[in-house]
Design a protein around this ligand. Sequence first.
Ligand code: ATP
Ligand code: AMO
Length: 420
Amino acid sequence: MGLKRICGWIIRKKAIGRVVIIEVSSDRVKPYVVVLKEEREPELYAVGKELDVGTALCFEGEEAQEQKSVRGIEYVARKIEVYAKPIEPLPVDTMGKVPALLDTRIKYRWLLVRNPVEKAIFRVRSAMLAAAREYLSSNGFTEVQTPKIVAAGAEGGATLFRVQYFENEAYLSQSPQLFKQMLMAGFTRVYEITPYFRAEKYNTTRHLNESWGIDVEQGFINSLEDVLNTLENLVAYIIDYVSRNNAEELEVLGVNLRKPSTPFKRLRFQEAVDILRSEGIEVSDTEDLSDQAEKKLGEIMAEKGHDLYFIVGFPWSSTGFYYMREENGVYTRKFDLDYRGLEIASGGQREHRYERLVEALREKGLNPASFDFYLEAFKYGMPPHGGFGLGVERLLMRMLGLENVREAILFVRDRVRLVP
Ligand code: ATP
Ligand code: AMO
């Protein structure tokens, strides 16, 4: 066993007779439980008795022979060093016994990460990204970084945040889309873990104004299937990785995760429309599925045993300019990946032929001149390629059964939040 030094914050203190029990939150999800007995360690007992919840300390000790606490790992301390005492009582319950409203949780997230549930969520988030990096790098993808201050948006003008860039108008990047495609001029596989900045007009449980994506692009593809394979294997790998490495987090959160089986079900967009119509849901042939339609489809697919499923072949009228169109021109090679009725990723095969791309920009009412920097990359040997953006918060939300996307990001940027 041996002596160990552990640092953290007191989240609970209990005095029973001549024993003081303090629970210390550190980087593990379960607290360290330090039992101080007047009889056994009178000096430490005297120190411990005076400490308040919120104190930052380190202790040296060893795991107790007999583990009696159900809440954490019991330690016998040999030394306690106090680093900082709270100057006011804490505004929230860091032990996690008293549930806080979402608004309070968001405001005090930096303090509540002392509590096992909040800590567990963000440790799983960290593991998700580690898993993604592990999967992608071991499959030959190069991690890249692209600019976040840009001259043109990839996902339409409506959700762009403007910034003054010296004498020019610029925007915050909505998506690394254009840049990851440009890199297909010299890499065959890239990925980026990146923020998306979007001035979403709606206040929903699944939209943030600053969110994160795992963005992938791969070249020399034979068909869209190559891209779908990458995404389903990536998602299955992430879920499996978390289920193997984060047992303690999942236990605290009461979540039972199992690796989904691959391949995921592929549904044509038109099939999805037909299914929904047969259930009496009104859906358009030319527009993206509504929030309600997405949810309903999730229920129908769950009944058939599909938690995760692709919707492939969105109509051209509903997509960005960069997706490859099918021969008939009506449908595209754009897909979504939905997880229990929530879109968690979107992607497709791109138009890599220069003339067609210019035509597509015009058809979407965009000025090709504003995209010169992007179009140039298609002049010198651009292979067929495709990719996707996988929403980190949305995937985490579904994996852990969270109700609001705001629970899946440490510092929330939404319509009403610019601090902390
Ligand atoms: P993407 O990431 O491709 O933008 P998404 O999942 O973010 O997809 P949106 O495309 O932004 O979803 O929204 C889907 C549709 O739902 C849009 O037509 C949008 O107008 C509508 N919508 C979203 N939130 C609300 C809301 N709170 N009230 C009404 N309509 C909404
Ligand atoms: P899309 O716009 O669908 O596609 O974004 C990809 C994924 O990112 C997540 N996401 C968001 N999550 C929270 N709040 C938001 N405001 C938000 N916006 C997007 C979703 C979504 O599925 N360029 C394409 C990707 C590609 O084709 O490669 C794109 O950005 O989970």
